[in-house]
Design a protein around this ligand. Sequence first.
Ligand code: ACO
Length: 321
Amino acid sequence: MIGKICGTGSYIPSLVWDNEKLAQLVETDDEWIRERTGIARRHLIDGEETTSYMAAQAAGEALKDAGVRPEEVDLIVVATMSSQNIMPCTACEVQKVIGAVNAACFDLNAACTGFLFALNTAQAYIGQGIYKTAIVIGTESLSNMVNWDDRSTCILFGDGAGAVVLKASEDGKYSQVTYSDGSRGDVLTCSSRNQKKFEDEPRDESTYMQMDGGEVFKFAVSKVPEAVRELLDKEQMTTEEVSYYILHQANVRIVRSVAKRLGEKAEKFPTNMEEYGNTSSASIPILLDELNKKKTFQNGDFIVLSGFGGGLTYGASLIRW
Ligand code: ACO
C-alpha cells in the first residue's frame, strides 16, 4: 500500500518584491541576482497572512482538487521551520480552519528537505495501514527569518505554501532515500528567538538566517545527484525512465548542475524560483501544484522529487503519477 497523490494545492502571498525593490534595501542589482540565482521576484506575507494561514489555504485547495471531504482526512503533517506559534502546531491550526476533525496532526522541521521528510512520514503511516488519507504540507514565512540588510541571504528567500493529498492505493509507487549530516549544521543556521530575552534588542544576528552560500552550493550539487542515483539504483531504474525531476527551488545554477551531473536534459527539470525565490519546504509542493494544474504530468509518469537544506539534510523520492 502506498499513498498516491490525488490532489495538490498552493498559496502564494500577493505582496511581490522584485529585485529592483531589494536594490533599494541593499547594495545589489537585478542582473547580479538573476545571473547568480535565477530569481527575479519573491512573494511575501502581508496583513493576515501567516505560515498557518497559507498552509490552510493550500490544504483546502488540495482537498478540492482531490475531491476529498475534510472529515475523511486521517493525518495532517506540516513541514515548516517558520511557524508563527510553538503551540498549537501549524498542522492543528490547519485542521481547525479546514474542519478535518478526524485527523491526527503534527509538524516537523527538516529545513528545506522538510517536505520530503513529511511525505516519507505520511507514506510510512499509510504503508503500515494506520491511515488511509493524509495531507502533507510545506509552508514557510521566511521573510521573518531573513535579515533584510544582508545582501548575501535576503535576495534568495520568499514565502508560500504547497500541499498534496495522499490516498491509500494498491496502484502506484513510492520509494525514497533521505540523509542527515548534523556535523555540518553550522553551514546553515538560525537560532530560536524564543530562547532570547524580550529586551534583546536590536535583534541578535544569530536569530536571522545565516549561511555559507558556497558550501551549501557544493553540498547540493554533489549530494542531490548522489541521492537520485541511489534511489534509481534501488528501484533498478535508469534516468531515461524518469519523466520529471522536481528539485528544491534554491538556485537555477544548482538545478542546471544537477541535470548535467545526471546526464539529463534541462527540460526535465522545471523551475519556478524566478517568481517565488527559495520557499524552503514549500518549494517542491508549490512546483508540483503548478505542474499538476498545467496538466504537465501523464498517468504513469515517474517523477523524482529531491531536496537539500539545513541540518544538513537531503534526499530524493520516487513517485508514479
Ligand atoms: N549582490 C551583489 N553582489 C553580491 C551579492 C548581492 N546580493 N551577494 C554577494 N555579492 C558579492 C560578494 O560580496 C562577492 O564579492 P567579492 O568577489 O568582491 O568578494 C561576489 O558577489 C561573489 O560572491 P559569492 O558569494 O562568491 O557568489 P556566488 O556566485 O557563490 O553566489 C549565492 C552566492 C547565490 C548565495 C550562491 O552561493 C548560492 O546560491 N548558494 C546556495 C545557497 C542556497 O541554496 N541556500 C539555501 C539552501 S537550503 C535552504 O533552502 C534553507
